[in-house]
Design a protein around this ligand. Structure first.
Ligand code: GLU
Length: 414
């Protein structure tokens, strides 16, 4: 039987198990197995050549019992409805794990920004906001960057919402440029969060980061900042990749050079001839492996070939349920996405708080608060996993879903 690669059904299965372990009944699972709201929109965009193209977009709101929903918007040709639903559920879990007063939301548009001009991207971004405007807002659902969206796109979206709202509304969206009410440290927050959990995981495994061999799949926002942080901590980044291939040097890659040459989508391997495949990259002999790209990269097919001691998921959903089992059985410490990549939404929350107050924090204040959130979250999940003798993913789901379940109960929804 081939493995289930549908991210929605596999997420539902773990949420079910987590709720069972927490003592909740089927009614709670019925509430939480799907988003409360899922809006599909069609967005007409005038292209540079005068033609009109109609794009399909989504916004999912998993559960708002705790507070407004929160989560990014991705622009990617492979976006599909079930994926957006699962991504919104993962946001609920992330917010629960780092204890933010939000539920999970997520959006996506089926498009390829690498093939669009700046003008076309701006019109699509503004069109998306107009299309979902009825269900989003600073106290309802707060978007942010995700795969192939960035601070410029957040700026256009914020401007469009402000025009409709007839009020400057920086708290509508996070991940904005600093001059428009962005937060210090938001651009690097996901990678910083990953770095913090890598340090915690390495302590548990007695690995010294200085000299540790690190492999990172993906050179986008998370992957590229992470390569830099690992390099600066004295680790040897021996492999990186983008959507087109991977680079490997057992003596450590020249990260500063690669960062300098990458384009805005994180593409860099096309400049080199002696590349290896993404599959080969994942199977490299290393201490720490960080999938920081897309879903379903470590599956039942290659989980036995992974040689890392620690796998830290900076991407959303890179390891399947079957692969999680295999890695755990093989004694590999797997730090799951909903914990490892929660640094981004954590600093997004800080950004929203600063926007609401109109008072801005220093880089040091942001960093100090992020470290505390991530270290506490890691401890909480690690302790749950070891005391209950379960894998880190199930432990993270238990920690993450509990608050939304409790809030739903208090509200009398279940
Ligand atoms: N898109 C990021 C994530 O998957 C960040 C979401 C946010 O900042 O709201 O966690």
């Amino acid at each position: 039987m081939s493995e289930n690669l549908n991210v929605l059904t596999s997420t539902q299965a773990i949420i079910h198990e987590a709720l069972n372990k927490l003592g909740y009944d089927e009614a709670m699972y019925e509430l939480l197995k799907e988003p409360l709201r899922m809006l599909q929109v069609r967005i007409p965009v005038r292209m540079d050549d005068g033609s009109t193209k109609v794009y399909t977009g989504f916004r999912a709101q998993h559960n708002d019992a705790v507070g407004p929903t929160k989560g990014g918007v991705r622009f990617h040709p492979g976006v599909y409805e079930d994926e957006v639903k699962a991504l919104s559920m993962w946001m609920t879990l992330k917010c629960g794990i780092v204890d933010l007063p939000y539920g999970g939301g997520k959006g996506g548009v089926i498009c390829d920004p690498r093939e669009m001009s700046m003008g076309e991207l701006e019109r699509l971004s503004r069109g998306y906001v107009r299309a979902v405007s009825q269900i989003v807002g600073p106290t309802k659902d707060i978007p942010a960057p995700d795969v192939m969206t960035n601070a410029q796109i957040m700026a256009w979206m914020m401007d469009e919402y402000s025009l409709m709202d007839e009020f400057n509304s920086p708290n509508f969206i996070t991940g904005k440029p600093l001059v428009l009410g962005g937060s210090q440290g938001r651009d690097r927050a996901t990678a910083q969060g990953v770095t913090i959990v890598i340090e915690e995981a390495a302590k548990k495994r007695g690995i010294n980061i200085r000299g540790a061999r690190v492999v990172i799949q993906g050179f986008g926002n998370a992957g590229s900042f992470l390569a830099k942080f690992m390099h600066d901590l004295g680790a040897k980044v021996i492999g990186i990749s983008d959507a087109y291939g991977a680079l490997h040097d057992p003596n450590g890659l020249d990260i500063d050079y690669l960062l300098d040459r990458r384009d805005s989508f994180g593409t860099v391997t096309t400049l080199f001839e002696n590349t290896i495949s993404n599959k080969e990259l994942l199977e490299l002999d290393c201490d720490i492996l960080v999938p920081a790209a897309i879903e379903n990269q470590i599956t039942a097919d290659n989980a036995h070939e992974i040689k890392a001691n620690i796998v830290v998921e900076a991407a959303n959903g890179p390891t399947t349920a079957e692969a999680t089992k295999i890695l755990t059985e093989r004694g590999i410490l797997l730090v799951p996405d909903v914990l490892a990549s929660a640094g981004g939404v954590t600093v997004s929350y800080f950004e929203w708080v600063q926007n609401n107050q109109g008072y801005y924090w220093t880089k040091e204040e942001v960093e100090e608060r992020l470290i505390k959130k991530m270290v506490d979250a890691f401890d909480n999940v690690y302790t749950t996993a070891t005391t209950r003798n379960i894998d880190m993913r199930l432990a993270a789901y238990m920690v993450g879903v509990r608050r939304t379940a409790e809030a739903s109960r208090f509200r009398g929804w279940v």
